[in-house]
Ligand binder design. Structure first.
Ligand code: RFL
Ligand code: PHB
Length: 392
């Protein structure tokens, strides 16, 4: 088998890249290790930057997003039993964000890909990328019970944090930077109308809590918990009581409770792999970097990587120039580090520190007060949260 661009991974990064390449007629094949049912059910992100929404429109995958996505004008910060609205359009010259689940994006992209091509193979697990330094790199993969080879001009490693693409960088050709945070998130999905119109990020001595949503009838909520927490340590009533305590304010407000349909714990980590390109292998999305979820950036960063990558491959296809591809890693990493910084700032400002003291507490509150008191500081948060510009 051979193709122009071999794409490893059928998550949001790999699927969107395939659609972006399909329009200008660049041939590709997507290899996804799991089944279609599995990738369409994996519960993850929900908050989309304007640029992510634009990219889905560009590839014709935004029909349901336009009908069902919830456009938000900002977020709410809660601390000291007060609520503060951060007004994105007013602070950014009109930008908004949209709530639409990653599972739905994946369903929309998979449906288009299967209807229009090029090929998307499920249960096709990439085993290794060979000869990335040559002009004909090869992906070895297992599909339908046998090992096969896909010879490519370019390989896009979109196989997430636990993928195999990064392994193809020879020792000494890369460096990684990692940070494990001293807390995790317990996330629930609940069959109940959201108790708010916008996402609530709440900071308090009991720890951080986040109120998000998936639809007018489904709420998504998160609690900061210690690392090593097991979901069964938290019966539903305990979760609701703790959420209610962390969101409590002096004004009249109640948290709607309802049946919990999913419960999981996620560790929080920051990670960046440099560079993002070796020879003709290019990494994109979680395969190259992950950020703690407090800034809602992982999916959006995966999308911005593949937008840059697609532009580079299209420039080569149309004009024969590798100028953009040659700068791919440098251009993406600059934005990746800015987004990592923002995600780290949000995480540290909002989570109770297990080994923090009263001074740290006051510093967090001073940071939050600065944002709510200064238009300049609020505009800085709004610009980062609603999405930094694409580097090209
Ligand atoms: P994915 O989604 O992990 O997809 C990678 C795909 O590659 C496949 N794969 C392989 N295929 C073939 N051969 C192999 N050897 C393979 N190895 C792996 C996998 O099966 C999978 O299908 O990576 P991608 O496409 O880079 O997308 C990244 C996003 O999924 C991720 O950054 C976000 O979900 C992060 N994230 C959030 N991001 C946001 O922008 N906004 C949010 O609100 C947000 N909330 C979250 C999040 C992540 C969370 N968790 C679970 C870590 C909330 C949570 C709780
Ligand atoms: C979500 O809806 O899952 C979500 C929203 C905002 C975040 C993280 C997760 O910061």
């Amino acid at each position: 088998m051979r193709t122009t661009v071999g794409i490893i991974g059928g998550g949001p990064a790999g699927l969107l890249l395939a659609r972006l390449l399909h329009r200008p007629g660049i041939d590709c094949v997507v290899l996804e290790a799991r089944t279609r049912e599995y990738v369409e059910r994996r519960q993850r992100a929900g908050m989309l930057e304007q640029g992510t929404v634009d990219a889905l429109h560009e590839v014709g995958a935004a029909e349901r997003l336009a009908a069902e996505g919830l456009v938000h004008q900002g977020i709410e910060l809660r601390f000291d039993r007060e609520r503060h609205h951060i007004d994105f359009p007013a602070l950014t010259g009109g930008r908004t964000v949209t709530i639409y689940a990653q599972t739905e994006i994946v369903k929309d992209l998979v449906a288009l890909q299967l209807a229009e091509g090029p090929p998307l193979l499920f249960e096709a697990e990439a085993l290794a990328v060979e000869k990335p330094e040559s002009d004909k790199p090869v992906i070895r993969f297992r599909h339908e019970g046998r090992e096969q080879a896909l010879t490519c001009d370019w390989v896009a490693g979109c196989d997430g944090f636990h993928g195999i693409s990064r392994d193809a960088f020879p020792a000494g050709a890369s460096r990684s930077y990692a940070r494990d945070y001293p807390h995790s998130w317990l996330g629930i999905m609940a069959e109940v109308a959201p108790s708010c119109d916008e996402l609530i990020y709440a900071r308090g001595e009991r720890g951080f809590a986040l109120h998000s949503m998936r639809s007018p009838t489904v709420s998504r909520l998160y609690l900061q918990v210690p690392n090593g927490t097991a979901p069964h340590d938290w019966p539903d009533d305990r979760i609701w009581d703790e959420l209610a305590a962390r969101f409590a304010i002096d004004a009249d407000w109640t948290l709607n409770r309802g049946p919990v349909t999913a419960k999981s714990v996620t560790a929080m980590r920051g990670y960046v792999h440099e560079p993002m390109r070796y020879g003709r292998l290019l990494l994109a999305g979680d395969a190259a970097h992950i950020v703690p979820p407090t800034g809602a950036k992982g999916l959006n960063l995966a999308v911005s990587d593949v937008r840059v990558l697609a532009r580079g491959l299209i420039e080569l296809h149309r004009a024969g120039s590798t100028q953009l591809l040659d700068r791919y890693s440098e251009l993406c990493l600059r934005r990746v580090w800015q987004v990592s910084r923002f995600s780290d700032d949000m995480t540290k400002m909002l989570h109770a520190q297990p080994d923090g003291d009263a001074f740290d507490d006051r510093m967090q509150l001073a940071r939050l007060r600065r944002i709510t008191a200064s238009r300049h500081a609020a505009a800085e948060l709004a610009a980062n949260y609603s999405g930094l510009p694409l580097p090209v």
